[in-house]
Design a protein around this ligand. Structure first.
Ligand SMILES: NC(=O)c1ccc[n+]([C@@H]2O[C@H](COP(=O)([O-])OP(=O)(O)OC[C@H]3O[C@@H](n4cnc5c(N)ncnc54)[C@H](OP(=O)(O)O)[C@@H]3O)[C@@H](O)[C@H]2O)c1
Length: 349
C-alpha cells in the first residue's frame, strides 16, 4: 500500500476569471488513519464540476484546504459501521488519492456516501449519469418543467454532463428536442447518439437565425445551462406559458458571483417572462435528493441498463491532471462529463 497521500490544495483565493496555475498546489501528506466509525478509502474516479469554481471563488473553500470534489472510491481499511473492506462507494473525497469517510457534516454536501453495486452499471456512472448530474437533469426537466409529448425542448451545453441527460429524458418523454453545443462534432453526437431532432452550434455564424429555424413552433421548455449570448437567442422564441429550468450560467462564472449572475439573468429576461407568462424554476439539485433520488435511480438506472440512455465521459488520467482538466471544462473544451481517473478501476477486467 502507498504510504503517502497526494492531494491538490487551494493555494490562494482565486481572482476573477478562470483558474490559473497558481490557484492550486500539489502536496503530499501521511496516509490518514481511520478512527472508530471511519473508513480509509482510495479514490478511483474524481468528478470535476463547474460549481467547484463557485466554491473557490466565493470562499466556501478556504485557502490550504484539499479541493472539494465528489468521488467514486474503494474502501481499503474500515472501522465504519456500514462500509466493508473492498466496497465501492460514492463519497466526497476531494482532489486527493486517499481520504476518510465517517467524518460527519463535511462529507455530506447534499449527497450521502453510499455503496455502489458494480453489477448494475459501470461505477463511474455514480458521478455522472446516475449521480448528481443525472439527478439535476431529471429534477430540472422532469420534475420542474413537466414535459408533455410534442413540446419543443431546447437544451444548452447539450453534450455536457447535465445536458446529455436532459436531451435524452426529453426524447423519451416524446418531446421535440433541440440541442445547443459548442462544436460541429458535439452537435453530431447530440443528434446521432443522443437522438435530438436538431442541434445548433452556438459558435456558428447566424446562430440566432439557425436556432429560430430549428424551432418553427417556438420553445415550450428551455433548460438553461449557460446564459449569456445563448440565452439572448432563446428569449424571443419562448412560447406563452413556457417553462425554464435555470440550472446554471456557466458563461458567467468567470465574471462575478452566482447571486448577481442570477439577478442579471432575470433582469435580462424580465420583459419576455412577463409578456409570455414564462415560469422560471430556479434549480438546486440538493433540494431534490431526499424526495427524488430513489425514484431517479430506479427510473434512470433502468434506462441506462436498457441502453435507452447513453452517456459520454471525458476522462483524464492521473490526479496530476485535475487542474488542467478543470480549466478545460470551464472553457467548454470538454466533450461529455468531465472526470479524472485517479486509480485503476478494480471492477474493470
Ligand atoms: N443547479 C444545479 O443544482 C446544478 C447541478 C449541476 C450542474 N449545474 C450547472 O449545469 C451546467 C452544466 O454543468 P456540467 O457539469 O454538465 O458541465 P458540462 O456541460 O459538462 O461542461 C460545461 C459546458 O458549458 C459550456 N460552456 C462553457 N463556457 C461557455 C460559454 N461561455 N458559453 C456557452 N456555453 C459554455 C460548454 O459546452 P458547449 O461548448 O458545448 O456549449 C461546456 O462543455 C453548469 O452551468 C453547472 O453549473 C447546476
Amino acid at each position: 500500500m502507498t504510504q503517502i497521500n497526494q492531494h491538490w490544495n487551494l493555494a490562494r483565493s482565486p481572482a476573477a476569471g478562470w483558474p490559473t496555475d497558481g490557484d492550486f498546489a500539489f502536496n503530499e501528506s501521511p496516509l490518514p488513519d481511520p478512527k472508530e466509525g471511519q473508513a480509509l478509502v482510495k479514490t478511483i474516479y474524481l468528478s470535476l464540476d463547474p460549481y467547484q469554481w463557485g466554491r473557490r471563488r466565493s470562499g466556501v473553500e478556504t485557502v490550504g484546504e484539499v479541493c472539494h470534489g465528489r468521488t467514486v472510491s474503494q474502501v481499503i481499511k474500515t472501522r465504519h459501521p456500514t462500509f466493508r473492506e473492498g466496497d465501492i462507494i460514492f463519497n466526497t473525497n476531494g482532489w486527493q488519492k486517499w481520504g476518510l469517510v465517517g467524518q460527519g457534516i463535511s462529507e455530506f454536501n447534499y449527497m450521502h456516501p453510499r455503496v455502489i453495486d458494480p453489477e448494475l452499471a459501470p461505477i463511474s456512472t455514480a458521478i455522472g449519469v446516475l449521480g448528481m448530474l443525472g439527478l439535476t437533469a431529471y429534477a430540472g426537466l422532469y420534475v420542474q418543467c413537466q414535459p408533455k409529448r410534442g413540446d419543443t425542448v431546447v437544451v444548452s451545453a447539450a453534450s455536457g454532463g447535465v445536458g446529455q441527460n436532459v436531451v435524452q429524458i426529453a426524447r423519451l418523454k416524446g418531446c421535440r428536442v433541440i440541442g445547443i453545443a459548442g462544436s460541429d462534432d458535439k452537435c453530431a453526437y447530440v443528434k446521432q447518439v443522443l437522438g435530438a431532432d436538431d442541434c445548433i452550434n452556438r459558435k456558428a455564424e447566424h446562430f440566432e437565425t439557425l436556432l429560430a429555424e430549428a424551432c418553427p413552433e417556438g420553445i415550450d421548455i428551455y433548460f438553461e445551462n449557460v446564459g449569456g449570448a445563448v440565452f439572448q437567442a432563446v428569449l424571443p422564441l419562448l412560447n406563452p406559458s413556457s417553462r425554464i429550468s435555470l440550472c446554471g450560467l456557466i458563461s458567467q462564472y468567470g465574471h462575478d458571483d452566482a447571486a448577481s449572475n442570477h439577478a442579471r439573468w432575470q433582469q435580462a429576461g424580465a420583459d419576455v417572462f412577463a409578456q409570455q407568462s414564462v415560469t422560471v424554476h430556479g434549480l438546486f439539485v440538493g433540494n431534490f435528493v431526499d424526495d427524488y433520488q430513489e425514484q431517479f435511480l430506479e427510473e434512470m438506472g433502468a434506462w441506462v441498463a436498457s441502453g435507452q440512455i447513453q452517456y459520454r465521459e471525458d476522462r483524464w488520467q492521473g490526479l496530476e491532471k485535475a487542474p488542467v482538466a478543470f480549466s478545460a471544462m470551464l472553457k467548454g473544451d470538454n466533450f461529455g462529463k468531465t472526470m479524472v481517473q485517479v486509480e485503476e478501476d478494480p471492477t474493470v477486467y
